[in-house]
Design a protein around this ligand. Structure first.
Ligand code: ATP
Ligand code: MG
Length: 354
């Protein structure tokens, strides 16, 4: 049966890309199927995190989930380190995934930079933990930004290899579900689903405000590169004013945005915030200079983000309430993941001595 899983790392300042590409899209799914939204703190420590800052950021991401409209009664909200099955399944997947698969992952290359020898082993194995996050719940749908597409393909490859390697065992134990997409490369019964990425809309890849070829990121050292969800109206206006652009006015047609990454990005942000198409935006602003378009974009961004900003502020002043949400979520998450790991241990042939 369908089930959604997604996560956000507590690695710093949540930004407009996280909101438009991921968090805002989590909300309507709550009314369509069971939804699990995780604060992936085990992922965060693949690069150094100051402990006090990590604690605060875990609560901040939780506050953002709640402020964006995720309802802890409808959805499961929890932090990853509290459900041990994630780490356990990640180990199993370390033994399923191949070195060659992980070596192709572009996020590792981007984040490790030139000195790969000095990157943590966890940063290299990151996609296996992400596959474990999803498959510990046998989740079928994962809403994410475009940058996570390659990791979701790897998640399918891992599920596929597991289903193949243990096909007989899965059948013998009666644990399989009929393969919904019959395919000669796969057995007719699967234990792990082949997860579908949900990457849709006009904001699947919001770019840095300083460099239209780099994605907006929490970990970008330049604060001017992103609009943080905690930014006030003045900060938002300043960052949009300083955003890199070219000297041409906006084109009248979407085709005219090709080869103009910064212009394309700002029009895309406007479109996503206003729930319009890029062409709609150009119908309104085509032919105008950025000096006219940028203030309109600032005003829209402030109007859309202010209520969430206020609510996040209110919630982060009350860590007790946030921790109670996380505790309840962790218990409900564990109740789903524990039996899955029990099955997995049986499939692998471990003796469950206690
Ligand atoms: P980091 O730099 O630490 O990796 P991040 O900004 O990439 O931080 P993540 O926690 O890794 O944030 O990602 C959370 C979600 O936000 C994922 O679904 C990811 O695809 C999405 N996302 C991240 N950046 C963008 C962006 N620039 N545009 C659209 N979606 C994004
Ligand atoms: Mg990221």
């Amino acid at each position: 049966e369908p089930r959604v899983f997604s996560g956000v790392q507590p690695t710093g300042n949540l930004h407009l890309g996280n909101y438009l590409g991921a968090i805002s899209r989590f909300v309507p799914l709550q009314d369509q199927m069971p939804t699990i939204y995780c604060v992936v703190d085990l992922h965060a420590i693949t690069v150094w995190q100051e402990p006090e800052v990590l604690t605060r950021t875990i609560r901040e991401v939780t506050a953002a989930y709640l402020a964006a409209g995720i309802d802890p009664k409808k959805s499961i909200i929890f932090n990853q380190s509290q459900v041990k099955e994630h780490a356990e399944l990640a180990w199993i997947f370390n033994c399923i995934a191949r070195m060659g698969w992980l070596k192709r992952m572009t996020q590792f290359k981007d984040k490790a930079g030139k000195n790969q020898e000095n990157a943590s082993v966890g940063l290299f194995a990151y996609p296996n933990l992400m596959a474990a996050d999803i498959l510990a719940y046998r989740a079928t749908h994962v809403p994410v930004g475009e940058d996570q597409k390659q990791h979701l393909e790897l998640t399918r490859d891992i599920a596929q290899k597991f289903n193949n390697d243990y096909a007989e065992r899965i059948k013998e134990l009666g644990l399989g579900i009929p393969n919904p997409e019959p395919n000669p490369e796969l057995p007719d019964e699967l234990y792990l689903p082949l997860t579908e990425p949900m990457i849709a809309g006009s904001a699947t890849r919001i770019m840095s405000l300083r460099d239209g070829t780099k994605k907006m990121s929490k970990s970008d050292p330049s604060d001017l590169s992103r609009i943080n969800l905690t930014d006030d109206a003045d900060a938002i206006a300043k960052k949009i004013k300083k955003a890199k652009t070219d000297p041409e006015p906006l084109p009248g047609e979407v085709k005219g945005l090709e080869e103009r990454p910064e212009a394309d990005n700002l029009v895309g942000i406007y479109a996503a915030l206003a729930d319009m198409t890029k062409q709609d935006v150009l119908n309104e602003y085509g032919g105008q200079q950025f000096s006219a378009f940028k203030p309109a974009l600032s005003e829209l961004a402030v109007t859309k983000l202010a209520p969430m900003n206020e609510e996040m502020k209110r919630l982060t002043q009350d860590p007790g309430t946030i921790d109670a949400v996380l505790k309840d979520g962790a218990e409900r998450a564990a109740a789903i993941a524990e039996p899955v790991l029990h099955d997995m241990r049986r499939i692998l042939g471990f003796v469950e001595a206690r």
